[in-house]
Design a protein around this ligand. Structure first.
Ligand SMILES: Cc1cc2nc3c(=O)[nH]c(=O)nc-3n(C[C@H](O)[C@H](O)[C@H](O)COP(=O)(O)OP(=O)(O)OC[C@H]3O[C@@H](n4cnc5c(N)ncnc54)[C@H](O)[C@@H]3O)c2cc1C
Length: 493
């Protein structure tokens, strides 16, 4: 049980109450709504996030999910911890795995994703100070504020796909991409669009910046700011909410619970006070915040912890289907499952290698290994379709040969046939159908397909991540081997 009065940890109920009180502008299927937790499109997702808050607030999870605030001595989320030892980094990884297990790795931008970016920013204020001491002060203060208040932050850091042949400042209208349109004594005003805030409908704040390269002339778009989701003028356009069209939780157990949503964000003259501005009209800082701090590494360590959990779940689903239809002992099935298990283990092993190969910077901050992180991330758009295809290959029609919906059990004639013919060697019909529905929702539904796209693009296009890998890899060491081979002494007769 949560003793939240003593700890100050935020509960799921407090999170949901916060959503109900906030006046956000969400446009969904022709309606404008403000409380996602009260709308059938987002209700299930909101409750899944609420359960994460409760999980972190529960006394039995205190050690795993929290550390002691350096300011108050009270427990605060691990994702806000700057790792200064290998044990710290391991603790952060374990916390990320535990939260990911609550959603089977199906919610990527849970409150431990962008928070970890801010932790990386706050670990290296000198990078922000290069543009002005106030930006370093702001980033430290915001990290502290977010940590002490257990904030859920989303982000939109990719410019819209309008005309990628032209830089931001040469778009047909200067306010197509999110950028500063006015500067005042108290802050700045932003207009334009930015993509694609997963979790944006649920979060407290959104980080708005740009991770795509900017060029001279693009200064108005070289920003890094945090904005509350209910700021006047901020509008969210989520893509199709899959839960709204699902026929119920028995047929779509994952769609109805774990749709984190992805929103295009429109800023219509949104005011941002100076204290929430971390980079302003500075192309170098806008770039350096990602690469000269450990932010990208901390955030994506969480992403890989989630992915490792998801692959474990996939292995479990494949195995359970094989057991249900009596193919578990067949050698071809075991070989294919062995291949799937190999990929799952590589991802898990590289996740841990991020810790063991981590290195300290000159200020004693621990950076997870770039090569361990980017090697998996850069291959993820190849690995992911392959491992899901393994289960598709193995299971034939199993996920398709299910009745039209759980409603068919309400018809006695249909229920009798279903009970007789849809049973399996080890499961009664309803249990077998439940398993196949779960598998289909994970592998083949519209929700599942969004996930395939997510795994390809959540960390940027594979080509971009491969460039990260190119920069991180020790080619000098590789080249030294070639050099040594070229200088081998002549063979003696
Ligand atoms: C489900 C989902 C959730 C997401 N969630 C978030 C989020 O929470 N926050 C957020 O900010 N963003 C999010 N994103 C956006 C994501 O960061 C971008 O999709 C990603 O950065 C790629 O950018 P893009 O979509 O504009 O594709 P593009 O950059 O246009 O890439 C499309 C294709 O073009 C190729 N390409 C583009 N430029 C080059 C080049 N210079 N050289 C070679 N090939 C190139 C790429 O390899 C890729 O195959 C999400 C995306 C998805 C799909």
């Amino acid at each position: 049980m949560a003793d939240t009065q003593a700890t100050g940890l935020r509960t799921g109920a407090a999170f949901l109450a916060g959503l109900a009180a906030s006046e956000r502008a969400i446009f969904v299927e022709g309606e404008r709504i403000s409380n996602p937790a009260a709308h059938p499109a987002f209700k299930g997702g909101a409750r899944s996030i609420a359960r994460l808050f409760d999980f972190a607030a529960a006394e039995e999870n205190r050690e795993a999910m929290t550390f002691m605030s350096p300011d108050t001595g009270k427990p605060v989320w691990r994702c806000y911890q700057i790792p200064r030892t290998h044990a710290d980094l391991k603790a952060k990884r374990i916390a990320a795995e535990k939260w990911a297990e609550q959603t089977f790795g199906l919610m990527g931008r849970t409150p431990d994703h962008v928070s970890n970016f801010f932790t990386g920013f706050a670990a290296k204020p000198s990078v922000f100070a290069a543009s002005g001491q106030q930006y370093a002060d702001n980033v430290i203060a915001f990290h502290r504020f977010a940590r002490e208040n257990h904030l859920y932050i989303a982000y939109a850091i990719v410019p819209p796909q309008i005309d990628r042949s032209k830089p931001a400042h040469q778009q047909a209208d200067p306010t197509l991409y999110a950028g500063v349109v006015k500067e005042t004594d108290s802050g700045i005003i932003i207009s334009g669009g930015q993509q694609l805030a997963s979790g944006g409908v649920f979060a407290d704040y959104i980080h708005v910046s740009c991770i795509h390269p900017l060029q001279k002339g693009d200064e108005n778009y070289a920003l890094s700011v945090a904005i509350p989701l209910d700021a006047p003028g901020l509008k969210l356009y989520p893509r199709r909410p899959y839960a709204l069209h699902a026929t119920g939780a028995e047929d779509y157990p994952l769609t109805t619970r774990f749709d984190e949503t992805d929103s295009f964000v429109v800023f219509d003259n949104v005011f941002v006070p100076w204290e929430h501005v971390f980079a302003f009209r500075d192309i170098d800082l806008c770039r350096d915040q990602w690469w000269k701090t450990p932010a990208h590494l901390y955030g994506n360590l969480q992403a890989q912890a989630r992915y490792a959990v998801k692959l474990r779940f996939l292995a479990g689903i494949g195995k359970r289907i094989n057991e249900a239809v009596g193919t578990d002992a067949s050698p071809p099935h075991r070989i294919a499952m062995g291949e799937l298990a190999a990929y799952a283990s590589i991802v898990d092993g590289m996740l841990q290698a991020q810790e063991t190969m981590a290195s300290f910077d000159e200020e004693g901050v621990l950076w997870p290994s770039k090569t361990a992180l980017y090697s998996v991330m850069s291959l993820q758009s190849q690995i992911n379709p392959h491992v899901f295809d393994i289960v598709r290959e193995l299971t034939g029609s199993a996920m398709i040969t299910v009745p039209s919906s759980a409603g068919d059990f309400d018809n006695p004639e249909a229920a009798a046939d279903i009970s007789r013919y849809y049973q399996s060697a080890s499961l009664p019909a309803r249990e077998r159908i439940r398993l196949m529905r779960l598998a289909w929702d994970f592998i083949g539904s519209e929700f599942a397909n969004r996930h395939h796209q997510y795994e390809k693009f959540y960390g940027g296009a594979a080509s971009v991540v491969k460039m990260n890998m190119f920069r991180a890899f020790d080619f000098d060491r590789a080249g030294a081997l070639v050099e040594a081979a070229l200088r081998l002494p002549p063979l003696e007769n």
